[in-house]
Design a protein around this ligand. Structure first.
Ligand SMILES: [Zn+2]
Length: 91
């Protein structure tokens, strides 16, 4: 025989568990940008204390800077001639 009440209890317990897990994740707020573990909401930069993560973040920021420079070069190559020709310098 299947005890329906016991199953109901189990299920509602499971739901409550999931709910409390979710709400605790909401209150935790921040995650490490590299490995994604929960970190203190006030920690700045947004990474955990692991050395791997700080070096990874450094690499990522260097990469970001490089991408920004590339973007400006790209914009310069494609839009400066258009701009110049639109004001009549290049005819
Ligand atoms: Zn981390």
């Amino acid at each position: 025989m299947v005890d329906a009440k016991a199953i109901k209890d189990k299920v509602s317990k499971k739901i409550n568990n999931t709910r409390s897990k979710i709400s605790s994740q909401i209150t935790a707020h921040k995650h490490c940008r590299i490995c994604g573990i929960n970190i203190d909401a006030k920690s700045e930069p947004r990474i955990c204390k692991s050395a791997d993560c700080s070096s990874a973040l450094e690499k990522r920021e260097k990469n970001d800077r490089m991408m920004r420079i590339m973007f400006f070069i790209f914009v310069g190559i494609f839009f400066v001639p258009i701009l110049l020709s639109s004001v009549g310098i290049l005819g």
